[in-house]
Write a protein that binds this ligand. Sequence first.
Ligand SMILES: Cc1ncc(C[n+]2csc(CCO)c2C)c(N)n1
Length: 222
Amino acid sequence: MTGFTQTLAAATASLNRQIHAMPFNRALADGTLPEATFRGYIVQDAHYLEGFARALALVAAKASDPDAIALLASSAAGAISAERSLHAHYMQLFGVSAEQFAATEVSAACDHYVSYLLRVAAIGNFAEGVAALLPCFWIYRDVGRAIAERAAPGNPYAAWIDTYAGEAFDEGVTRMLALTDRVAAAGDAACRARMQAAFARCCWHEWHFWDSAYHERGWPAP
Ligand SMILES: Cc1ncc(C[n+]2csc(CCO)c2C)c(N)n1
């Protein structure tokens, strides 16, 4: 079997193209994304990271081999440490205090994504959990790289771009792709179908998260 991740990529190619063309990502690349929009995104992303790290830890606990446990659990620690420093950088730059952060309600899009991840991680099987976690890694690397190619020097979002286009990040993504292929090859067709559905759902959540941030949607009230 050719790598299952190729099948996943083919099945989500159209959504992926749309993600790359999103106004949020275009404006991030040319540095014109309004500061307030990026600030709102970063605050939501800090909420997201916490949930994502919990989902990684839950899926890690279900892994049957020590390599997978180590990869997922170390990514949970990495999600908190590496990205927290990125958030701290921007929150300081934009003057968001810890109190303001704590007082900002999670957006509907963020809550929806995190809730889905935690649901799959808690009650799905290990393979499905791995597939649900993958878009977060994979899409950010590819979007980060594409933006890095277009971004001009002095882009205010350079720290964000450099994080995701960088080599350290790429290593983690490559390991997640290999784990997904390994798990898919060990499963049956029904297992792969569940993996594909969870993967596609989380690709949609990545799109939705950016769409919500671009339109500065929080928690809609009647
Ligand atoms: C909505 C959203 N999706 C993906 C990422 C990227 N990301 C967050 S945690 C993690 C795992 C290892 O650090 C990765 C790749 C993000 N920041 N925000």
